[in-house]
Design a protein around this ligand. Structure first.
Ligand SMILES: *Cc1c(COP(=O)(O)O)cnc(C)c1O
Length: 223
């Protein structure tokens, strides 16, 4: 089920602020995506490779598919032909595999490096030093383009803590933009903010939010 009013409100609020809305459709049926597509939504986010491959085949070709989950190296090849942006890149090895598969498909794949900002060590991501190393490695990879950073905040009711974590990501983003990327215009994306905390993320400089349950209702993983 698609919450049309919420979509309209988010769409106008976010586009006024030049923030891209990625509708996170994982576990939701293709009909829900089709319905939101009809409203004008084009960016959709998925977490599971097989689910993404099936949906891509079944749905309109001008959808921009974002892979937002944890990507295993042996699965890059399945999404390399069409993926628009890979958010959660958390190692140089994964970057190198994406470069290889992008070359096979004669394309350049846009990626975001995932920064570990949460307390939970169950969340993936790199620290500042690892991100610096990945940026350096990517200089030798002509088929990947680093477009920014992605992060997931701690799962908490403490808004100040979430704000502080997003702020740290934005600070590193600004530093990289200024130094390593020297103001290059393709380094422009801060993918932070989900259903529960997107307003905080936007205040802290998000340029891309990933919103699922607010738009599609709660997910049911046992279905
Ligand atoms: C599922 C998911 C989201 C969306 O979460 P909601 O709370 O439903 O908005 C955003 N980002 C990532 C990485 C996710 O896995």
């Amino acid at each position: 089920m698609v919450n049309v009013e919420v979509w309209q409100k988010l769409h106008s609020e976010l586009s006024a602020k030049k923030v891209t809305l990625v509708a996170v459709s994982k576990t939701k049926p293709a009909e829900d995506i089709q319905e939101m597509y009809a409203l004008g939504q084009r960016d959709f986010g998925e977490n599971y490779v097989q689910e993404l491959v099936d949906k891509e085949a079944a749905l309109p070709k001008d959808i921009r598919w974002h892979f937002i989950g944890h990507l295993q190296r042996n699965k890059v090849k399945f999404i390399a032909p069409f993926v628009h942006l890979i958010h959660g890149v958390d190692s140089g090895k994964l970057l190198s595999e994406i470069n290889k598969q992008a070359e096979k498909n004669a394309r350049v794949i846009d990626v975001l490096l995932q920064m570990h900002i949460a307390d939970e060590d169950t969340k993936f991501g790199m620290d500042e030093r690892e991100i610096d190393a990945a940026v350096t490695e990517a200089m030798q990879m002509p088929h990947v383009r680093i477009c920014g950073l992605m992060g997931m905040a701690t799962n908490t009711d403490d808004d100040n803590k979430i704000r502080e974590e997003y702020r740290r990501l934005k600070q590193l983003f600004d530093k990289l933009a200024q130094h390593q990327f020297n103001g290059q215009t393709h380094f422009h994306t801060c993918s932070i903010g989900m259903s529960g905390d997107y307003a905080i993320a936007v205040e802290e400089g998000s340029t891309m939010v990933r919103i699922g349950s607010l738009l599609f209702g709660e997910r049911n993983y046992t279905r």
